[in-house]
Design a protein around this ligand. Structure first.
Ligand code: SF4
Length: 370
């Protein structure tokens, strides 16, 4: 099929199939410009020149992990001198020490010493202390691991977490939703069907999630297009995905070793553009995390279909990918970079609501005001 026919259909808001997305992905250089132009136009229609970012606190409650994903450099085995696990009170202390307490993201690793009741207690403790904060916590991988060890359905764990005060979940650990690829890069982690089921269960309980893709390892273009289709099908079913996050693997320090080249910016730009075209009216927000892309590179993606730069705080990312240690930029610097790219900045929360609410009080402060 002529790629121009696919692009014409996309601009007329018709759905692009996975095969058509693959054809676009296999285009050679001269055809890129048209793909970028269509993606940019679809982005403009949806977001009217607004680029968002989230200013929230990230806490990693443990780095002890039973898995050894080949793309991860941050997990530690039990007993390792750098291994750590925080108690729920220590997590609260870290949030209290942070300037941002109205949006809290919590993630960890597959620590066999932590039970479902630890996860629930962690959310309850945060909710008690920060009654009005948005709590965004636990990937499908963590929920699946805890549920399996407790021999209870994942849905039951999600119900308990929601009851304790969980608002939304990161859709990380999706990597590539193809079990052959997953066996190669993360053999001990959740399989595709379980990831999909947990995400759908969360949505049915009213817990919104993000979704993600990890690229730059052993995947090929067919795997990528299959992955996009799985995510879009979830969205058609539940409507609970608020963002599609593109994660380039950073090979340095991971088991893949330094022999592996980083994925090129050109490949990333193409993926950003095709994601915008493929998701059309379904997943509205395409995120390019500045800390993994690099700020100039992420800004370049804004003209290719991306509308979100990720968070001001970025911590290591054991659950995202291997790579940089904690990185931070201020909201002001992100706003400045967005304005320079001739777009309007917007500070959002974890589910794309208004992220500028600054009135969140701790429980102690609220009691003192009574
Ligand atoms: S990516 Fe997550 S599950 Fe895999 S080794 Fe790292 S911390 Fe563990």
């Amino acid at each position: 099929m002529d790629p121009n026919i696919i692009l014409k259909a996309a601009i007329e808001r018709q759905e692009v199939s996975a095969i058509e997305a693959l054809m676009l992905m296999q285009q050679e250089e001269p055809g890129f410009a048209d793909i970028y132009q269509v993606a940019n136009e679809l982005n403009r229609r949806t977001h009217q020149g607004v680029t968002s970012f989230v200013h929230r606190t990230h806490i990693y409650y443990t780095n002890v992990c039973r898995a050894s994903c080949r793309h991860c450099s941050l997990f530690r085995k039990k007993g390792d001198k750098e291994a750590y696990t925080l108690t729920p009170d220590q997590v609260v202390e870290r949030v209290q020490a942070s300037p941002v307490r109205n949006d809290i993201a919590v993630q960890g690793a597959l620590n066999p010493d932590l039970s479902v009741s630890y996860l629930v207690r962690l959310i309850q403790t945060l909710r008690d202390e920060f009654p009005h904060a948005h709590i965004h916590a636990f990937s499908p991988t963590e929920v699946h691991f805890a549920a399996r060890r407790a021999r209870v359905p994942a849905r039951e764990v999600l119900e308990q977490l929601k009851e304790a005060g969980l608002d939304s979940m990161p859709g990380t650990g999706a990597d590539i939703l193809n079990d052959k690829v997953r066996k190669k890069i993360s053999p001990d982690r959740i399989r595709t069907a379980d990831w999909v089921e947990i995400v759908k269960s969360a949505h049915r309980l009213g817990i919104k999630t993000t979704a993600s893709i990890l690229v730059g390892h052993v995947e090929n273009e067919i795997h990528i297009c299959e992955h996009l289709e799985i995510i879009r099908n979830i969205q058609k079913d539940t409507g609970g995905i608020v963002e599609f996050q593109i994660l380039p693997m950073i090979p340095e320090g991971a088991a893949f070793g330094n022999s592996r080249q980083r994925i090129s910016q050109q490949q990333l730009l193409k993926l950003v553009a095709i994601s915008r075209i493929f998701f059309g009216n379904s997943v509205q927000n395409i995120q390019v995390p500045w800390a993994l892309f690099g700020l100039p590179e992420a800004i370049q993606c804004l003209s290719m279909g991306a509308n979100d730069l990720g968070g001001t705080h970025f911590q290591g990312g054991a659950v995202y990918t291997s790579g940089p240690a904690a990185r931070y930029t201020s909201p002001e610097l992100l706003e400045k970079a967005i304005l320079k790219a001739q777009r309007r900045p917007r500070q959002r929360d974890s589910v794309y609501g208004d992220g500028t609410k600054k009135t969140v009080r701790t429980r102690k402060a609220a009691l003192a005001l009574r």
